[in-house]
Design a protein around this ligand. Structure first.
Ligand SMILES: Nc1ncnc2c1ncn2[C@@H]1O[C@H](COP(=O)(O)OP(=O)(O)O)[C@@H](O)[C@H]1O
Ligand SMILES: [Mg+2]
Length: 591
């Protein structure tokens, strides 16, 4: 299909969507949630899909000869035991197979985690096995915990983990001897295990929090199992649950506290960041949801780079080269998609293409943006005690305030984590006045995106939309029973047709389909054309430049240059001395 037809088709689609707009306007208002609610992407998996995952897990186990890696928890080394894969154990009328098993968590390494496959129900289960605690031991533990809370009113933020551990151990020993609490030698380790887990760790979910294979942890209320999304096994159930509402609420209060937030009936929704950088979303029972809920999105210590995205086939190398040129040239980009479609990840990875000297200001509700640039100011919003906009006090600083403040600091680039409200207007104004902006928006199609931008609370005039250059759509798609992320389209805004008041788009790159898991290039782009004109290049020169960058990216991929610092330094060097890098690439190719 030619480029022109494509643009026309897009326009037609937009027109027909526009007609539908009136009809859907009402519905849109309903699902326009003020905050993005997180949900573990779960879909009905067929037995076949489960079996194929099982086969894959078995094969991986055979090849690697070891089980999953994970970061040390509670400062202790874990022992990994080789699971006897393929061996099906029968117990309690169930046929189970242990896929992975790892032990050595917590106090005296008493905790174990394992992933089992239940052959009766055809599902994976994540099991956490902790020492059994008897009723009288639990009473003793509660008594000590209570005394500890009364006693230990010190600020422990600035001390290291080891110091905290030592402090806790000494204090507990004191409490036991000072209060003449009788602790049976045999029970001591069990009691200590739970005290340490609850005070220094993440309580019931501590072992989950230390598993790198887990992406999300979610709980939809008491008496239902906690679900996780695992990199290898996807959405799976765990054997952990909270027994009662008060217990779950107490846990939520603590999670919010350590995130520096407060949850209460006055502020029943909390969006925070846990000390390890994970994102927390919590709601309190009977206010906004039936039971209390929480979702934790585990923090990825090492941000993905464009090389990772290419490896995961989330975008093609050519697309990465295109973004490299576009971002260097100051194109503004919006990353759109559904929940957990990979918007923030794509934004973060592509930000590595921003020239290193540019002054960048990022604005977010919770810190997620992580870039190596030195000239970067990271801002986060702050919620005071106001429940509504009208009651906003001096303590509340929202995105709108931050963007206004940011503009006065004369940045080249503004990054906004997630645009939801009226701050989008300021962001587009910033773009219109020559700033480069990057942001993520929750919208799955161009139609919903534009509707969202043009309707309250944003109410953007259509003309302002043209200051945006590119819209990237991210999607989580299920290919052969596996959830993968794809950049399904890269769309450029060409112009606003003043006669018809319609926006004209063009899509330089489109993802084909599940069966043909590749990207199609339209062979032309407004931005590349602009770059060509600015540099006074011929078509051949433009293609040469794009190809050079493809070569550099492929070279980095072969060389496994994945650390984001190293990646950034190569981008920087290429900007200053492209021939140097190209020579190195050529030299390595000869060898
Ligand atoms: N291209 C990708 N390939 C593999 N995993 C990805 C990719 N993009 C994101 N992820 C993973 O998906 C989860 C959600 O990604 P995130 O960027 O936070 O989504 P969003 O911002 O759209 O809600 C994270 O755990 C992240 O590591
Ligand atoms: Mg996000």
């Amino acid at each position: 299909m030619g480029l022109l037809e494509k643009a026309q088709e897009n326009e037609e689609e937009f027109l027909s969507n526009k007609r539908k707009k009136q009809r859907t306007a009402k519905r849109y208002q309903d699902d326009q949630s003020p905050i993005e609610t997180y949900r573990i992407i779960s879909y009905e998996k067929t037995i076949e899909q489960q079996r194929s995952l099982l086969e894959k897990a078995r094969q991986q186990q055979m090849q690697s000869g070891e089980t999953s890696q994970s970061s040390p928890t509670l400062g202790l080394e874990q022992q990994t035991t080789q699971a006897s894969t393929g061996v099906i154990l029968e117990f309690q009328n169930k046929k189970i197979e242990i896929i992975e098993e790892q032990t050595g968590f917590g106090w005296k390494k008493q905790g174990t985690k394992r992933i089992i496959y239940d052959h009766t129900n055809h599902e994976f289960i994540f099991e956490v096995i902790e020492p059994q605690i008897k009723d009288e031991e639990k009473q003793t533990k509660d008594e000590i915990s209570h005394l500890f809370k009364m006693l230990a009113d010190i600020n422990t933020f600035d001390i290291t983990y080891e110091e905290k551990e030592k402090f806790l151990e000494e204090t507990i020993e004191h409490i036991i001897s000072d209060n003449h609490i009788y602790v049976d030698e045999a029970s001591k380790d069990t009691i200590f295990y739970y005290i340490f887990r609850d005070f220094l760790g993440y309580g019931r979910i501590d072992i989950l929090m230390h598993d790198d294979g887990i992406e999300d942890i979610s709980c939809v209320g008491p008496d239902t199992p906690i679900f996780i999304h695992h990199r290898k096994y996807e959405a799976i159930e765990t054997n952990i649950h909270f027994g009662s509402e008060p217990e779950l609420n107490a846990f939520l209060v603590r999670l919010c506290q350590i995130s520096g937030k407060q949850i209460s009936i006055f502020a029943p929704i909390v969006d925070g960041k846990l000390p390890d950088g994970s994102r927390l979303q919590a709601t309190l029972a009977r206010t906004v949801t039936k039971g209390s809920t929480f979702t934790i999105r585990k923090f990825k210590e090492i941000p993905l780079t464009p090389i990772d995205l290419i490896e995961y086939k989330s975008m093609s190398t050519e697309m990465a080269a295109y973004f490299w040129m576009a971002i260097e040239d100051g194109a503004s980009i919006l990353f759109c998609g559904g929940t957990a479609s990979g918007k923030t990840t794509a934004l973060n990875a592509l930000m590595l293409f921003i020239p290193s000297s540019h002054k960048i200001i990022s604005i977010e509700d919770t810190r997620e943006v992580n870039i190596p640039h030195k000239n970067w100011i990271a801002g986060t919003t702050r919620k005071g005690f106001a429940a509504s906009d009208a009651n906003k006090t001096g303590k509340d600083i929202d995105m709108f305030d931050l963007i206004r403040a940011a503009l006065r600091q004369r940045p080249r680039v503004i990054i906004v984590g997630e645009v939801r409200g009226k701050e989008a207007y300021s962001l587009f104004q910033a773009m219109a006045t020559g700033h480069t902006a990057y942001a993520t928006v929750h919208a799955s199609t161009i139609h919903t995106l534009i509707q969202r931008l043009e309707n309250p609370p944003i109410e953007l005039p259509r003309a302002l939309l043209t200051s945006l250059d590119v819209i990237v759509f991210q999607n989580a798609v299920d290919i052969g029973g596996k959830m993968v992320r794809r950049m399904t389209s890269v769309t450029e805004i060409i112009k606003l047709d003043t006669d018809t008041n319609q926006l004209i788009f063009m899509a330089p790159y489109t993802w084909l389909s599940k069966t043909d898991d590749n990207f199609e290039s339209a062979g032309s782009s407004k931005i590349l054309n602009r770059i060509k004109q600015q540099n006074d290049w011929t078509d051949e020169q433009l293609i040469q430049e794009l190809n050079n960058r493809i070569l550099v990216l492929e070279w980095m991929r072969r060389k496994k240059i994945k650390s984001y610092k190293k990646f950034g330094s190569i981008i920087e060097e290429y900007k200053k001395f492209p021939e140097r890098i190209l020579e190195r690439v050529a030299r390595d190719a000869e060898e």
